[in-house]
Design a protein around this ligand. Sequence first.
Ligand code: NAD
Length: 485
Amino acid sequence: MKYPAIQNYINGKFVAPSTSRTMDVISPLDGNHLSTVPMSSSKDLDDAVQAAKAAFPAWSKTPIKERVQVFFRYKYLLEKNLKELAELCSEENGKTYGESVAEIEKCIELTEFATSLPQLVTGEVLEVSKGVECRTEHVPLGVVASIVPFNFPSMVPNWTIPNAIALGNCMIMKPSEKVPLSCGRLAEILKEAGLPDGVFNIVHGDTEIVEAICDHPNIEAVSFVGSTKVAKIVYQRATHNYKRCLALGGAKNHLMVLPDAIPGMTAQNVAASMSGCAGQRCMAASAMVGVGNIDHIVDKICDEARKIVPGQNLGAVINKESQERIERYITEAESNGAKILVDGRNTKVAGKENGTYVGPTVIDYVTPEMSVAKEEIFGPVISIMRTNTVDEALAIENANPYGNAASVFTQNGGMARYIIDRASAGMIGVNVGVPVPREPFSFGGWNESKFGVGDITGKSSIEFWTKLKKSTTKWNAEAGVNWMS
Ligand code: NAD
């Protein structure tokens, strides 16, 4: 085992869980046994909640301009430790080192946004009558929880950590049991940045802890990022217990390619979008709908896909189960009549025989009823469908239950606007393969890709992590008893 057994992080210290149940943490890159992660109990969660609750009065009363000083230092420490954090991210998740560097850089950008929060939460004040003022303030909620998936071990936790904590909340983080190491390093860095003990806590585990979070009476809000199946469970359970909840789910992102698209640029974007992070991005292109004759672009997509080499510029998928699931999808599409133009099945990387790799895969002549057209594959696979008109392409995009992202590749501005207006997704790209809005714009999909109001990052997250206090004050002795009269 490369690293010591992982522990929970409660009140500024790593502490042993109360249970002995653990899971192995395996590197997808080469099958190396990295560590074990504890499957904590509801008692461990309660210890963390009590620590967070105790830290809340002092932290929430600290002026926000002081609170964000922690995040100025945190940003500097993320930069200073970038290489080490990126290596750890790559090791536990399987993505390439370059992708991991990009992930830590995104954490830095998210933190930069949080340092600007004092400028954004100034509240409002207005003299509504002579000597009578109404004023609004953003007040933190208390103890909040963040439940995260495996595909971004550092970035998704940082969608919530800087904003929720800078806004005055105390947090319980529940990392993915598949990639639990990065969060522990983030805790150490937050402490080094000066975050008081108890403000940030980690409780490792699986379903039991997630359910305990949804049920705990002292947790005010739950943010969740993961599959749609679990997002629905968490959203229902947390809101059933009268908590605020924002639950981001899975995705099936469609790229619509029009015949006037620039072939080289389009092919590069399609190939990069479907294969980046081994296709394990909720913003990855998974289905492509070609309108009219786009054979020349498909040829170029295949050329680009063949340049993507597992173990070099393509990372591993998270585990064997995932590898087998992705390969099953490809085989099923083939047996249903689709054409496999580039085949990533049975990939082995020399010297890393226990790694779990799937090569880039391009499937053409997919029909909308095939499972590769409808379901989230979460691997480096693009399923190409063909239509004659833009409206037919939009009908396919609109029919999918998800709604994270959609993109169009064209040189026709009017057509791009037509598609922006009609695609049923929260984040739309024009000639952009992965249309993630950069800060301060917020991140969040529609339909079954997100349950709850607002988005998880950017300005929109302020409303989720705070409640508004409205005060009306009268300093005018001559005014009547009722200022409205
Ligand atoms: P997952 O839903 O399996 O797990 C997410 C979290 O839920 C983990 O912490 C896990 O421990 C917990 N969990 C798993 N099963 C549970 C259950 N039955 N009850 C309660 N908790 C449970 O997701 P994953 O496989 O880790 O991540 C991949 C998924 O996340 C994909 O579907 C991807 O699209 C999605 N994702 C979405 C976004 C977005 O912004 N919409 C971002 C990243 C990932």
